[in-house]
Design a protein around this ligand. Structure first.
Ligand SMILES: NC(=O)c1ccc[n+]([C@@H]2O[C@H](COP(=O)([O-])OP(=O)(O)OC[C@H]3O[C@@H](n4cnc5c(N)ncnc54)[C@H](OP(=O)(O)O)[C@@H]3O)[C@@H](O)[C@H]2O)c1
Length: 259
């Protein structure tokens, strides 16, 4: 299937590693030029070179923190009129809400809710004027299945999906869609950091927890980042203009409900 996005421009934050990188790769394979944003320059540059060499598209790298005004501005200087926007950044570490300060909550909101909303504010009107836009937020299954140890994610990400539910219905008539991807367990950096954060409380080894989490999933494995990248690329395709405002699980069937 030709996704019809050859020559489109995409700006993706959190795209030097893991799920964001997989999305950048998938879009680049379809011929979209990609601007990738992350904070650690050397890893970002390596990823940029890898994508450019494998796909031949134009790849621009922006070393910046997307949770800051300066970072968002740098991303959009590099890609002023994106057709595709992927919002992604670090998730929170596990913990007990009794230990979290107001500053912890503000940082979580900045990363998981306010930065994506600001990037949408800065790009959505241009997309509507041009008659094409695809916005994807990498969120988490935590908005459908509260994760006991991830209160910051349960809370802040729910704010984002609540906002998107309203926005998505106001842009789709101009062929601008907004959807949220809800990963379950994936074999990428955030999963490893999450398990590292559970070691002290459980007294288990990393490998034990890693295996237990895979065994508890109906697919008996972790998701592979390219699987999420391909889903993202389809949602960004010309064929996906009638899909908007959706919270789309990609979790090996771990969400236990029928609907
Ligand atoms: N993996 C899973 O199983 C899973 C499940 C549910 C939800 N999620 C969520 O999905 C997201 C991605 O997870 P992942 O496993 O792909 O993580 P990852 O492998 O650690 O990659 C995170 C990427 O985001 C970049 N990044 C982080 N904070 C940033 C910031 N403030 N500004 C710009 N770039 C930033 C990182 O680069 P720098 O550090 O260099 O900036 C890196 O490129 C996270 O929010 C995570 O919580 C993951």
């Amino acid at each position: 299937m030709d996704l019809g996005i050859r020559g489109r421009t995409a700006v993706l934050s959190g795209a030097s590693r893991g799920l964001g990188k997989a999305c950048a790769f998938a879009l680049a394979r379809e011929g979209a030029d990609v601007t990738i944003v992350a904070r650690t320059r050397d890893i970002l540059e390596r990823t940029g070179a890898e994508i450019a060499e494998a796909t031949g598209v134009k790849v621009t790298v922006v070393a910046a923190d997307i949770t800051t005004k300066e970072g968002r501005s740098a991303a959009l200087v590099a890609c002023p009129e994106p057709d595709i926007l992927l919002n992604n950044a670090d998730g929170p570490l596990p913990g007990d809400f009794r230990d979290w300060s107001r500053d912890d909550w503000i940082a979580a909101l900045d990363s998981m809710m306010l930065a994506p909303i600001e990037m949408m504010r800065l790009t959505v009107d241009g997309m509507m004027t041009r008659g094409f836009g695809r916005i994807i937020n990498i969120v988490s299954r935590s908005v459908k299945i509260p994760q006991h140890e991830l209160g910051l994610s349960n809370g802040a990400r729910s704010g984002l999906v609540g906002f998107v539910g309203g926005l998505a219905r106001q842009t789709v008539a101009r062929n601008v869609t907004v959807n949220n991807l809800l990963p379950g367990i994936f074999d990428s950096g955030a999963q490893r950091a999450h398990i590292d954060g559970m070691l002290a409380a459980t007294g288990k080894s990393f490998d034990e927890i890693w295996r237990e989490r895979a065994d508890a999933n109906p697919a008996k494995r972790y998701g592979r980042p390219p699987e999420l990248g391909a889903y993202c690329a389809f949602l960004c395709s010309e064929h996906a203009g009638f899909i908007t405002g959706q919270n789309l699980l990609i979790d090996g069937g771990s969400y236990p409900g029928t609907y």
